[in-house]
Design a binder for this molecule. Structure first.
Ligand code: FAD
Ligand code: FES
Length: 394
């Protein structure tokens, strides 16, 4: 019986081979140049896109919402509610990019024409890009952007059905996208947003958010300033307040200024919440690097010479001790890929050939091998001597 089965296999294989040879003989000699799988991947993840501003509207007294559509009229690429886009800008001589959480819903991106919106708060006086966007960006302006970056989104296999979002200031933006997606019926979770602001004037996207409240989306405004007549929650996002709005099984998403993260880490500890139930959005470059442990404060006023190698090109530029390597490159109009600007994504991975740098410990997202072989994430590395670096050719 065994032998018979074996022979059957051999004759079967012979038949298949003959059929294949026949198919080859009849096949067209035309080579199909379009790879349908590559086409689908390109549509969903097209990399850097050209986008045009189609609307700019106020989102509060201190913030604007900017709407982008693709210049080729297509839908936006796929992104999750909570992800960010990276916007490239040319401001004066500098070529810069910044990450902004997408404040519109993914379902709005998949319309025709699809759009993605960002909501940007003006700075308190030192905002290079934030102030440019608030004051100078107008409908018709064209930029490039990479849409759909980062890990800050709801994942039903990992996260609890009930989510408490802890937002501070303009950190409301990823939750605005989630709230809209839930309201649209394309994201299945129950969302309670505890939204901390100093005063009611600081609340960003208030009307838009209040209009989509439902039994699945609840927005609780919490004011830390003293405001006569305010009847809502007051103070900070403390453990007691968080507990009041939590269910038995809750996942916490946190997005806001750096100081809020430090505060909330302690508050969540008081509630014994397991780490797997807490998700933090990255907060960007350190505001004042001199405040971080181990920073050589005696160098803070120094400007070093940085030699930048790109293929056969070599430039020598100034690099301040208090600014990241990315900022030094951008000031000198040398393009380097960036995403999170928080040391996390690795887009700005750079080889330090000689010289020394300080790496911000809070933002050191490098792999162990990269540390051993002298690579840094340029958004989190600060020169502490003259140095030579090698960056990829754009
Ligand atoms: C994941 C993520 C999502 C975010 N989402 C939002 C959001 O939804 N809304 C929002 O408002 N913000 C958001 N931010 C913050 C945003 O990316 C910017 O940091 C913010 O708008 C402030 O940008 P800024 O350039 O004004 O100030 P900073 O980012 O603080 O940059 C100021 C720095 O620019 C550099 N600089 C100054 N002059 C020059 C020059 N001539 N050339 C080159 N560099 C110069 C200097 O180093 C200066 O310190 C997000 C950040 C992250 C990481
Ligand atoms: S831009 Fe993400 S690690 Fe530097």
């Amino acid at each position: 019986m065994k032998i018979k089965g074996f022979l059957k296999d051999v004759t079967g294989a012979k038949r298949v081979t003959a059929a294949r040879l026949d198919a080859f003989a009849k096949a067209s000699s035309h080579i199909e140049k379009v790879d349908p799988i590559a086409e689908v991947v390109k549509e969903w993840h097209p990399g850097r896109l050209e986008v045009v501003v189609t609307d700019v509207r106020p989102a509060s007294k201190t913030a604007v919402t900017v709407r982008f559509e693709r210049t080729d009229g297509k839908k936006m690429p796929f992104f999750y509610a909570g992800q960010y886009l990276v916007l490239d800008l040319k401001i004066g001589d500098a070529v810069v990019s910044r990450p902004y959480s997408i404040s519109s819903a993914p379902c709005e991106g998949r319309q025709e024409p699809g759009f993605a919106e960002i909501t940007v708060r003006r700075s308190k006086g030192d905002g290079f890009v934030a102030d440019f966007i608030n004051e100078r960006v107008r409908p018709g302006d064209v930029f490039t952007a990479q849409v759909g970056c980062g890990q800050f989104y709801y994942e039903p296999l990992r996260d609890a059905k009930h989510v408490v979002a802890l937002a501070g200031g303009v950190g409301i933006t990823p939750f605005a996208a989630m709230a809209k997606e839930v309201a649209h019926g394309t994201l299945d979770m129950d969302l309670t947003i505890l939204y901390g602001s100093v005063s009611s004037d600081d609340i960003v996207m208030k009307e838009e958010l209040d209009a989509i409240q439902s039994d699945r989306v609840r927005i609780v405004h919490v004011l830390s300033g003293d405001e006569p007549g305010w009847e809502g929650e007051k103070g900070f996002l403390t453990a007691d307040l968080i507990k009041k709005y939590s269910a038995d099984d809750t996942t916490y998403f946190i997005c806001g200024p750096q100081a809020m993260y430090t505060f909330l880490r302690e508050e969540l500890k008081k509630l014994d919440i397991p780490a797997r139930r807490v998700r933090f959005e990255v907060f960007g470059q350190a505001k004042d690097i001199t405040k971080f442990p181990g920073y050589p404060v005696e160098l803070k006023d120094e400007t070093f010479k940085m030699t930048v190698r790109r293929g056969i090109h070599e430039d020598v530029i100034d690099a301040k001790a208090t600014e990241s390597i990315v900022t030094a490159l951008e000031r000198a109009a040398i393009r380097i890929d960036t995403g999170c600007r928080s040391g996390e994504c690795g887009f700005c991975r750079t080889k330090v050939i000689s010289g020394s740098v300080y790496v911000c410990p809070e933002n050191d997202g490098r792999r162990a091998a990269d540390k051993d072989f002298g690579y840094v994430h340029a958004c989190a590395a600060y020169p502490t001597s003259d140095l030579t670096i090698k960056i990829p050719i754009e």
